[in-house]
Design a protein around this ligand. Structure first.
Ligand SMILES: [Zn+2]
Ligand SMILES: [Zn+2]
Length: 140
């Protein structure tokens, strides 16, 4: 059985071809949009509706197999690297997204000086800047 099928089973989800395909696509294409995923899944399986891919992404996100990223100015991105609380660097110019390991490795890795009575369970960290390629293009 494939790694993706095992992951689905362990998460209590029924193993279906679209679910396996979505996980495999995200494994090789991190931070993909739902449209990117749908294109790749259709290339593998033929007839799969975009709505079906959205449904699979939602189910796998709920099950903790997929992490959804909502970045300002960009459609939602999805990735199969979950559970390590890693962060992201985003290029302001080309939109490239790069993983950054979390030094702490679990949520929340930052605690506010004053939590105002909230019980904080996550700190979302996004570093914005210019990627190496865009810095080079700018300097050239
Ligand atoms: Zn860039
Ligand atoms: Zn990531």
């Amino acid at each position: 059985m494939s790694t993706a099928a095992t992951a689905l089973r362990n998460a209590g989800l029924r193993v279906t071809k679209p679910r396996v395909a979505v996980l495999e696509v995200l494994g090789s294409m991190p931070h993909a949009t739902a449209d990117d995923v749908a294109t790749q899944v259709r290339a593998r399986l033929g007839t799969v509706s975009v709505q079906a891919v959205y449904d699979v992404l939602a189910a796998e996100t709920r099950a903790g197999l997929v992490r959804r990223l909502d970045m300002a100015g960009s459609p939602a991105r999805f990735e199969a690297r979950t559970g390590d609380n890693h962060h992201h660097m985003v290029c302001r110019s080309c939109g490239r997204i790069t993983d950054v390991d979390c030094a702490v490795g679990r949520r929340p890795c930052l605690t506010p000086n004053d939590s105002s009575g909230y019980r904080v369970d996550e700190a979302e960290v996004v570093y914005w800047g210019l990627c190496p390629d865009c810095q080079f293009a700018k300097d050239a």
